[in-house]
Design a protein around this ligand. Structure first.
Ligand code: OSB
Ligand code: MG
Length: 387
């Protein structure tokens, strides 16, 4: 895929990379079957390339509970392996970056943090909105919300949250589940809100021994159930899908376009949650998008409780035509008292977010606030400085 806008396809040299580590307290703790997040430990990647800057976000968590990466392992991979592979080098197009680190296995979130920053810089160099540079054509994207397990463990509290998000316009509701917080929760939601677009996310909390139990969810007419079985499995998911009418959506199990192809060939899922961090960047995202679109497999954009930088990358990628279902990209105000971009991401009363028409990510990064929040900052200038 290319920008298709007839602009000169100027390359860029990676002149400097900065890693800015900040602590972002969530408005409310977020609980899934793998644990609770209260403060997001975030690394913002800033690149200088071709005389412009670009921003990316490391979406790894503090502990290796969603995938095997952590903020600290990703910092090591970035510093020792990824940044040296690109610093001072020239690229004709950001799709070439993944080739520069082809020999480095996995560590997808570390790769995506740097790769997406370069895509932003490249889009700015072209004078294109990132969404258009990636091949997206939408002006607004449809979004939903992902709701954690309430601290109180009271269904009434969850129902009150859902009521608020529906009133705010969100187009679909996703609720986190685990054993003991599943069938009765789905029943209570259906009783309170009728036929709303509803899905559940188990974050790998079940095994094949739970098939009978999971079949009880079929009666609720869910849009899908996300990642019910192990994070590293696609074989058991195929067995489970054969015994469920509810479509399975895979999240944790899909790290590449090849994973997606194999999962679809096996019948392990009917829908895929795309997270640019989980698959290593926008180039992989485009390839996964093209595969799924050619097979008629619906996509939606997942989330990792991103700050505004990661959020705007998600808005841009959701503008691609294969993203046909509302994703988890909610407004900045659902997570943060103060976001690091200006203006923050906002959701309209129709449950959509504007795709910025300005170049690159399209909103200003609040560098003053970044400086204030920085716990740690490391700079990597290319030898010979800014060319
Ligand atoms: O499984 O989709 C997930 C957050 C952190 C880690 C994993 C997941 C999530 C979410 C929240 O569901 C999505 C968001 O609002 O960013
Ligand atoms: Mg998920």
């Amino acid at each position: 895929m290319n920008n298709g806008q007839g602009k000169p396809n100027t390359g860029f040299r990676v002149e400097q990379v900065d890693l800015i580590r900040i602590a972002m307290p969530l408005k409310k703790p977020f609980t899934t079957s793998f644990g609770t997040t209260t403060v997001r430990d975030v690394v913002i990647v800033r690149v200088e390339a071709g005389g412009v800057e670009g921003y990316g976000e490391l979406v790894a968590m503090e502990a290796p509970v969603y995938n095997e990466e952590t903020v600290e392992t990703a910092l090591i991979i970035l510093e020792r392996h990824l940044i040296p592979a690109v610093l001072g080098r020239s690229f004709g197009h950001p799709r070439e970056l993944s080739r520069a680190w082809r020999g480095i296995r996995r560590n997808y979130m570390a790769k995506a943090a740097l790769e997406t920053a370069c895509w932003d810089a490249w889009a700015r160099l072209q004078g294109l909105p990132l969404a258009r540079a990636l091949g997206g054509d939408k002006d607004r994207i449809a979004v939903g919300v992902s709701i954690g397990i309430p601290q109180s463990r009271r269904v009434e509290d969850l129902l009150a949250d859902i009521e608020g998000f529906l009133a705010a316009g969100y187009q679909r509701i996703k609720v986190k589940i685990e054993p003991g917080w599943d069938v009765e929760v789905a029943r209570a939601i259906r009783r309170a809100f009728g036929d709303i677009p509803l899905m559940l996310d188990a974050n790998s909390a079940y095994s094949l021994a739970d098939v009978d139990h999971l079949q009880r969810l079929d009666e609720f007419g869910l849009m899908m159930i996300e990642q019910p079985l192990a994070h590293d499995d696609i074989v058991d998911h195929a067995q489970l899908q054969a015994r469920l009418t509810t479509p399975i959506c895979l999240d944790e199990s899909i790290h590449s376009v090849d994973d997606a192809r194999r999962a679809l060939d096996l019948g392990a899922c009917r829908i895929i949650n795309v997270k640019v961090g989980r698959i290593g960047g926008h180039t992989a995202m485009q390839d996964l998008h093209d595969l799924c679109r050619s097979r008629g497999v619906p996509l939606w954009c997942g989330g990792m409780l991103e700050t505004g930088v990661g959020r705007l990358h998600n808005v841009a990628l959701t503008a691609l035509p294969g993203f046909t279902l509302p994703g988890d990209t909610s407004g900045s105000d659902r997570y943060w008292h103060e976001d690091i971009i200006e203006p923050p991401v906002t959701v309209g009363p129709d449950g959509t977010i504007r795709v910025p028409p300005e170049a690159g990510l399209g909103h200003r990064v609040r560098t003053d606030l970044l400086e204030r929040l920085a716990r740690e900052r490391r700079s990597f200038p290319a030898k010979g400085g800014a060319a």
